[in-house]
Design a protein around this ligand. Structure first.
Ligand SMILES: [Zn+2]
Length: 411
């Protein structure tokens, strides 16, 4: 499995110029390859392949001697990238979509080049990244690389140059699925676990979200097309950035905690994009947005699931999704349906006498549904009975806290 490490480069002025030259050469070959493909098809009805074009590189370098100043793998990398662009184009066309034809790349639309073999064109030497025809560039190795380095992509971003090192790491061990947990999107908290734990949005994130709402209101009150409005818009953008940073930090911490302690992690199979679209539409039309959709918008639930998914894939854990309908209406002990309004925080069952926090009840149901699907009927039945009897303790010994965002759940 290939894992990517990102490190910032600190090139000297002279090295920066060489990096830009390299980028120009890579872009030149990309554009040349595109033109070549178009011409070959137009005049000869021949579909040129990556293989054909790589073979021709030798001739091209004779015609354009300055291309000799660039490692051949970099040039091949451009052709490979072009090849992928064409493959994606034809794949989407076949699926009945309307993709854009691959385009010629202008100076500001081509920001990376690549090497494909460690020790051939690039390598690490102490605190420096050695690149063919450029030299040894200072690299900020802020974390230890574990595994064998295979590839290197050099990328220009708004704030400088970066190296993305592709590292071969051993495949994670096959999933054991012996410590499942149900995870429900809470109404009053970010999420709730089936073991009775509630996970709140961190204080800093909440504060930043309030600030965004405040600045948005100020913006709405400013006169259209005024200087003050433009200033306010900038201020709002900075607050949004702050929210993103806190949210990202929180998501990664929580995802780590879940992946380290549970496998699989069971969630509701929600149509997140659909819910978001509907909530945005409702907001526009001034309609009331349901609390769950509101929470999806605010908490970045969809983004969290994406991040959790990639964390889990790296760790060899599984994410399972179950049918979401009625998870909050069903009693997790006796299975009877009790209609509950969205504002009722406690689930009390008149049939078996269970009293439990509504979100915890839902989280347990989510876990139970997966156990049933997986054929683990006994476990599912035991889960409901046990949860109903003992007040959830909220903590599982030996598990690390995600800062202070977790609290034992009161009933
Ligand atoms: Zn019941």
């Amino acid at each position: 499995m290939l894992k990517t490490y990102e490190f910032k480069l600190q090139p000297t002025k002279c090295q920066k110029q060489r990096l830009i030259d390299m980028l120009d050469a890579a872009r030149y070959v990309y554009n040349w390859g595109l033109e070549d493909r178009v011409n070959m098809y137009r005049y000869a009805k021949y579909s040129t392949s990556f293989y054909d074009q790589s073979k021709y590189l030798k001739e091209l370098r004779k015609e354009k001697p300055w291309l000799e100043d660039v490692h051949v793998h970099v040039l091949q990398g451009s052709l490979k990238r072009l090849d992928l662009a064409f493959k994606a184009f034809f794949r989407r066309l076949k699926n009945g979509e309307k993709p854009g034809f691959p385009r010629f790349k202008g100076q500001y639309f081509f920001n990376s080049f690549s090497f494909k073999e460690y020790g051939n064109g690039f390598g690490l030497q102490g605190k420096r990244l050695s690149l063919s025809k450029i030299g040894r560039i200072r690299i900020n190795l802020h974390r230890e690389i574990i595994g064998e380095i295979k590839t290197c992509i050099v990328k220009r971003k708004a704030d400088g140059w970066y190296a993305f090192l592709g590292v071969e790491v051993p495949e994670p061990k096959p999933s054991q699925l012996d410590n499942p947990v149900g995870l429900d999107l809470g109404l009053n908290s970010f999420a709730v676990l089936s073991d009775g734990e509630k996970i709140k949005n961190p204080r800093l994130l909440k504060k930043a979200l309030d600030e965004v709402k405040h600045e948005q209101r100020l913006l709405d009150n400013k006169e259209r097309a005024s200087k003050r409005r433009a200033k306010q818009r900038e201020k709002l953008a900075r607050k949004h950035l702050k929210v993103e940073r806190h949210r990202r930090d929180f998501h990664f911490k929580l995802a780590n905690m879940l992946v380290e302690n549970f496998n699989p992690i069971v969630v509701e199979d929600l149509d997140i994009m659909g819910l978001i679209r509907k909530a945005v539409e409702d907001k526009k039309n001034g309609k009331k947005v349901c609390a769950k959709s509101e929470n999806i918008l605010d908490a970045g639930w969809g983004l969290f699931l994406q991040r959790l998914g990639s964390k889990a894939a790296n760790a060899g854990s599984a994410i399972k999704a179950v049918e979401p309908r009625g998870t909050s209406q069903e009693c997790c002990r006796c299975g009877k349906i009790v209609r509950k309004g969205l504002d009722e925080r406690v689930y009390d069952c008149p049939f078996c006498g269970l009293v439990i926090h509504r979100d915890i009840n839902a989280a347990i149901n989510i876990l139970k549904r997966w156990l049933m699907v997986a054929g683990r009927i006994e476990e599912a039945e035991r889960l409901g009975k046990e949860m109903g009897r003992a007040a959830p303790s909220g903590m599982v010994p030996g598990r690390e806290l995600v800062q202070a965002n977790r609290e034992a759940a009161p009933l």
